[in-house]
Design a protein around this ligand. Structure first.
Ligand SMILES: Cc1ncc(CN)c(N)n1
Length: 227
């Protein structure tokens, strides 16, 4: 069994929880409250800015030019491809690009992106890849599952999201990350593999927390007057 197959098998409950979250289900049925999606889209834009930095760190840590080049391409595709989806949705909500970039991250956005950046800065290339994998892989799988729902890809508002994340282009990026993870896991000690599992589990759980935070519009607690 490949290492990535082992990961989703070992953590199938946590992995599948991302697919069954109400945010994802309602996105697929087209019934998701647009205010929830608006909140998600702003937070996701902020998240992707830091996620793109992970690819820059990947390029720095890569051992060969092909891997370095692919990380650079992923960085560009996140900033100019994936995030253009967010800019399109933002325009429909009447949110400017400046407003998007000046928005404040929620506790979950901050925790998730900073966790990944911490792993990427401190860890090996394999650890960095384990951190970024659930993001790329779960979105592609979710995109494909939602695309199989009749009418989801043609939905007047959410269809573009479904088409983007189920696309062959997004899939090819996700596949490259999966293959890189398998390649980097080869020959690693049990202790190193356990560390990769732990990181993959953490970011799989953060994916769930991100859906949940978006569904509930969870921001920082309001300060109350104390006596
Ligand atoms: C939180 C999150 N995770 C994953 C993806 C897909 N790149 C995303 N846009 N946002």
């Amino acid at each position: 069994m490949k290492f990535t197959e082992h990961l989703v098998d070992k953590y199938k409950r946590e992995w599948r929880q991302n697919f069954t979250h109400p945010f994802v289900q309602e996105l697929g049925s087209g019934t998701l409250d647009k205010e929830k999606f608006r909140f998600y889209m702003i937070q996701d834009y902020l998240y992707l800015i830091d996620y793109a930095r992970l690819f820059a760190l990947g390029a720095m840590k890569a051992d060969d030019l092909a891997t370095m080049g692919k990380f650079a391409a992923l960085l560009d595709s996140t900033l100019s491809g994936e995030m253009s989806l967010h800019r399109t949705y933002a325009a429909q909500f009447g949110i400017s690009r400046q407003e998007l970039e000046e928005a404040k991250p929620s506790p979950v956005t901050l925790a998730y992106s900073h966790y990944m950046l911490h792993v990427a800065q401190k860890g090996t290339l394999a650890e960095l890849t384990a951190a970024l994998l659930p993001c790329a892989w779960s979105y592609w799988e979710i995109g494909k599952e939602l695309n199989a729902i009749p009418g989801a890809a043609d939905h007047e508002f959410y269809g573009e999201w479904v088409r983007s994340y189920s696309s062959d282009e997004f899939g090819s990026h996700a596949l490259w990350c999966i293959e890189l993870m398998d390649r980097l896991a080869e020959g690693k000690s049990d202790a190193e593999l356990a560390r990769l599992e732990e990181i993959f589990l953490n970011t799989t759980r953060y994916e769930y927390m991100f859906w949940d935070m978006s569904y509930n519009g969870q921001m920082w607690p309001e300060a109350t007057d104390s006596k």
